[in-house]
Design a protein around this ligand. Structure first.
Ligand code: MG
Length: 389
C-alpha cells in the first residue's frame, strides 16, 4: 500500500525536497494534496508532475490562474486557509507533512491530528507556540507525530527500540553563518551575510533564525515537547561540521548519535517511510577524509536569543508563543532591510515583557497571544525604524 501524502507548503524548501523523495519512491509514496501560499507557478508545475488529486493556493488572487492551469488535468483547486485544513483531513490522506513557515502551521496541524492523520512535523513553530495543546491532543487521539527537523529526527532515530530513560538530549548546532564573527561584525551584518548558511540550504526564515541561533532555541522547545524532556536536560552544543545531527545520553552513560552528510532529504524520507528505512542516494561519510568532529559551548552573550528561548520555556504558558510571534515579525523586518540584525532579540524581549502571562493557555489564548504579540512587535518596530537625527 502506498502512503498517500498531503504536503502543506509544497513550494518551500522542505516541500520541494519532499516531492523529490516521493518521486524517487513511487512504489512507496504518492502526493495527493499540495498547498502553497502564493507561488502559483511552481504549484501548478508540481501538481501536474505528480498528478495530484487537489491543491490549495492560499492567496485568493492567484486562484483563477491555478484553476485554469489545472482544471484540464482534472486536478481540483481550492483557495483560502480553511481549505488547507479541510484537505489535510480528507479520507484520501494517510500522512500530512506540515512544511509551511511559522505560526500558520498550527491550525492545519491541529485539524490533521483531530482527523487522526499521521503528522510529519516540519513546522517547529507549531510546537513552540502551542506544544502543550498539540501534544496532549495527539496523545488523546493516538496520532503519531514524526519529526522532520534534522535534529529531532536524529533524536527520534536514536530512541528507536530503546526502553531506557533519557538522561540528557544533546542538541547539535552548526552555529550558523555568524559562528566566528565578532559581536561588532554581527551588529552590522547584512541580509546577504545572514542568509549565507555554511551547511544547510533552507528557506529565508529558518536561515535567519540560524544566524541569530533562535533556531536552536526554537528547536530546544520543540525537543522538550516532542520527547517530554525538561529544558534543563537539553544541552545545546555547537558542532560546525553538522555531521552529528543530535545525540541522546542514557542513564547508564551511553550516548547514541545519528550521523550523516547534511541533506534534508534524509530526515524527510525517514518521516515519510517510518518505521521503515529506505534507500537514499545521499553522499556517504568518508571518516578518514573527515578526520575530526569538533564541539563547542554556544556563546550565550553573542547569541542572546538562546537565553531568551530558555527563559521563555521555563516561564512556559503563552510566553513561548509571544516569543515566536515577535521573532517572526522581527525576522521579516530584518529581511526587508528595515532593522539591524541585533534588533531582533531586542524586539523579542520587549514583546515578551509586554505580554500578559497566561499559565495554562487554551487554543483561543494562543491565537490571541499570537495576534497581540504581532501587533506589539509591529508597534515597537515603528520606533526602531524611525530615523534618528
Ligand atoms: Mg534543524
Amino acid at each position: 500500500m502506498k502512503r498517500r501524502i498531503a504536503i502543506l507548503g509544497s513550494t518551500g524548501s522542505i516541500g520541494k525536497q519532499a516531492l523529490d523523495v516521493i518521486s524517487r519512491h513511487p512504489e512507496l509514496f504518492c502526493a495527493e494534496v499540495l498547498t502553497a501560499n502564493s507561488n502559483s507557478t511552481l504549484l501548478i508545475k508540481q501538481a501536474i508532475e505528480h498528478n495530484v488529486n487537489s491543491v490549495v493556493i492560499a492567496d485568493e488572487s492567484k486562484y483563477q490562474e491555478v484553476f485554469k492551469a489545472l482544471d484540464p488535468y482534472g486536478i481540483k483547486v481550492f483557495t483560502g486557509n480553511a481549505s488547507v485544513s479541510a484537505l489535510a483531513c480528507g479520507s484520501n490522506i494517510d500522512m500530512v507533512l506540515t512544511a509551511m513557515v511559522g505560526f500558520s502551521g498550527l491550525e492545519p496541524t491541529i485539524s490533521a491530528i483531530k482527523a487522526g492523520k499521521a503528522v510529519a512535523l516540519a513546522n517547529k513553530e507549531t510546537l513552540v507556540a502551542a506544544g502543550s495543546i498539540v501534544m496532549k491532543l495527539a496523545k488523546e487521539r493516538g496520532t503519531p507525530i514524526i519529526p522532520v527537523d534534522s535534529e529531532h529526527s536524529a533524536i527520534f532515530q536514536c530512541l528507536q527500540g530503546e526502553r531506557a530513560s533519557i538522561e540528557k538530549i544533546i542538541l547539535t548546532a552548526s552555529g550558523g553563518p555568524f559562528l566566528s564573527k565578532t559581536k561588532e561584525e554581527i551588529e552590522t551584518a547584512t541580509v546577504k551575510e545572514a542568509l549565507n548558511h555554511p551547511k544547510w540550504l533552507m528557506g529565508p526564515k529558518v536561515t535567519i533564525d540560524s544566524a541569530s541561533m533562535m533556531n536552536k532555541g526554537l528547536e530546544m522547545i520543540e525537543a522538550h515537547w516532542l520527547f517530554g524532556i525538561e529544558p534543563s536536560k537539553i544541552e545545546i552544543v555547537v558542532h560546525p561540521q553538522s555531521i552529528i545531527h543530535s545525540m541522546v545520553q542514557f542513564s547508564d552513560g551511553s550516548v547514541t548519535a545519528q550521523l550523516s552528510i547534511p541533506d534534508m532529504r534524509l530526515p524527510i524520507q525517514y518521516a515519510l517511510s517510518y518505521p521503515y528505512r529506505v534507500d537514499l542516494n545521499t553522499k556517504r561519510i568518508d571518516f578518514p577524509v573527515l578526520e575530526s568532529l569538533n564541539f563547542y559551548k554556544p556563546d550565550f552573550e553573542k547569541f542572546p536569543c538562546l537565553s531568551i528561548a530558555y527563559s521563555a520555556i521555563e516561564r512556559g504558558g503563552n510566553i513561548p508563543c509571544a516569543m515566536n510571534a515577535a521573532n517572526e515579525i522581527a525576522v521579516e523586518s530584518f529581511l526587508a532591510g528595515e532593522i539591524p540584525f541585533t534588533n531582533i532579540p531586542d524586539i523579542i524581549l520587549e514583546v515578551i515583557n509586554s505580554t500578559t502571562y497566561v499559565k495554562e493557555p487554551s487554543i483561543e489564548d494562543i491565537f490571541e497571544t499570537d495576534k497581540k504579540a504581532r501587533l506589539a512587535a509591529t508597534l515597537i518596530l515603528t520606533q526602531y525604524k524611525a530615523p534618528t537625527y
